[in-house]
Design a protein around this ligand. Sequence first.
Ligand SMILES: [Zn+2]
Length: 141
Amino acid sequence: MEHKIKLSEAIKFHGHLGPYLVIGILAGEHAIKKLKAKKYFGMQVKVWGATKKPKSCLIDGLQLSTGATYGKGNIEKFNARNIHIEIIENKKGRKISIDLTKDLLNSLEMVKTHKESELLAKKIYKTKKISELFIESIASI
Ligand SMILES: [Zn+2]
């Protein structure tokens, strides 16, 4: 997959490289593509289970790739046990729900050091099949 957001750009915005940041970028890019949504304004982003670091780094990835920001009020976070993302495309009224695959969750759990975290981030960024990372469903709303 060719990514619109470069890792160097993400690090410049977020301050460091980590797997959750990359997951946020990829989830947002994928959602925009699937929903044919307009970046910045055309959607509402909701994210669960990413309130504490490092999981909350996901939110910066989502902001970068979707252009939805806290300043514009079109991204919201909620407490939950597991990470779950919903992106709603306002015009056509479609919603994509994204959960992380068991494989991805296992890889995230294995990370112990800073170095491993960077390596996993790069590995996720290079993943060829999105289905290795996400379980998704699309619905009309
Ligand atoms: Zn981070």
